[in-house]
Design a protein around this ligand. Sequence first.
Ligand SMILES: Cc1cc2nc3c(=O)[nH]c(=O)nc-3n(C[C@H](O)[C@H](O)[C@H](O)COP(=O)(O)OP(=O)(O)OC[C@H]3O[C@@H](n4cnc5c(N)ncnc54)[C@H](O)[C@@H]3O)c2cc1C
Length: 493
Amino acid sequence: MLFFEFLYDIMDWCVPEGGRAKDEPKGKTMKTDILIIGAGPAGIFTALELIKNGCKDKITFIEKGAAIEKRACPKSKTGVCVNCKNCAITTGFSGAGAFSDGKLSLSADVGGDLPDLIGYETVQDLIDYTDKIYLDFGADKHIEGVEHPEEIKAIRRKAIQAGLKLVDCPIRHMGTEKAQKIYYDIEQYLLDNGVEMHFNAECLDLIIEDETCKGADVKIGNNVERIQAREVIVATGRRGALWLEVMCAKHGILHQPGTVDIGVRVECRNEIMEEINSVLYEAKLIGYPKPFKNKVRTFCQNPGGFVSQENYDENLAVVNGHSYKELKSPNTNLAILCSHNFTHPFNQPIEYAKKVGELTNMLGDGKMLVQRYGDILDGKRTWAKELENSNVRPTLKDAVAGDITAAMPYRAMLSIINFIKSVDVIVPGFAAGETLLYSPELKFYSNKIKMDEDLSTSIAHLHCLGDSTGWTRGLMMASVMGVYLARHLCKRG
Ligand SMILES: Cc1cc2nc3c(=O)[nH]c(=O)nc-3n(C[C@H](O)[C@H](O)[C@H](O)COP(=O)(O)OP(=O)(O)OC[C@H]3O[C@@H](n4cnc5c(N)ncnc54)[C@H](O)[C@@H]3O)c2cc1C
């Protein structure tokens, strides 16, 4: 059985023959004008922009996690991940943004494919506009990656020698602690402006009749309630991408299989990354290494940062990284991602990446696997005691030393190895034997929802936003997509 069919079965919940579905709405029916499912940056910025444009419609959020002030990861006390049903790191007000590193990419070249949908210039203008909103809510005024033009030229020269492209991307770094404060203030602003928010409320199904979306069935506490709405906005993030895939299959929402990224999180000493960290903060490098020539790129660099574990539904655990504004580690981490686009007849990229993740999780007993780069080249696993002999010590303390190559597809692994060799030309020491590679680092952007320029889907009054749609991959781009939709809804009246 395909994974999404399996999910579909669970979602469709045991309809007894001749009976009614177990989770058919039994509670009251609520009404709203604009229903936003998912309170991540995409949904939040839709609401903010609606209010800024003087919209008088009733706006209601359905969010399966908690309010931002109630979000807490037990790992900060227990030291280990306890696999919460709703991971506090990725669910709740401000979505995956709350505990994120809070790096706002200020270039339309970074953060997803939205420019292909609404135009590069439009996206850049919206980034500049949205950035000002973040500033109004207290984001740091300093911008990384613009101050050292001569040094940037020198780095680009080396990138050209290595066969890699260096993408210019100014970054505003909020930092994890500051991002939480900014999003808390936004939450209060929305509440003060009459926005209704239901937390610990999970959308189970969309109400679609005659190719028109009329609302959603939502589990609030123990009740399933029906919420009728004029416009329904799905902004469920990467965590909700699989659920949205189920919705697409069930309701015939047009979409196309997209890209999926399979990679590793690399960690090395700050000394190795010193030049890049101080000049650029984050180096966005892209290459197409031989022999496969898949697109391989760096992503989410965290100077002095920490590697973290992120839990998805169905017990899938993946690696990520973040950095704090004040608290610093001696290491820098960044992702190296290898993009995969599949051709006919295969059309389940998310499922494919998930299998890679499951296999890696199985080898690591549910924890992240970590291996030294040198051991990968030598064809041996890494032992815990060997990690103790290195300059670089894992910042993810419960990562399991092992062999990531036992689960990583050959194509992805070889592309990553060759990419690391190229980066070493720009950053000598990056390909040192002790450099750590954590796995699985997976990005599910697939299932691109088909939408027109005003972000309408093939279903009337249904709009999809942010990372769950496959069109965005970051805080700024997701926020921008929300602003853009809000303006269209206001124009429509
Ligand atoms: C650890 C970490 C660090 C990151 N660091 C950065 C960074 O520094 N810079 C950057 O640009 N990006 C970063 N990202 C990515 C960034 O957080 C996302 O791109 C961004 O949050 C996407 O916004 P979104 O609104 O589309 O989705 P999300 O932020 O994922 O929000 C979606 C929300 O929908 C809710 N939801 C899902 N399904 C349902 C349902 N069925 N019913 C009700 N609610 C539902 C979820 O609980 C969630 O709150 C990071 C991500 C993580 C996990």
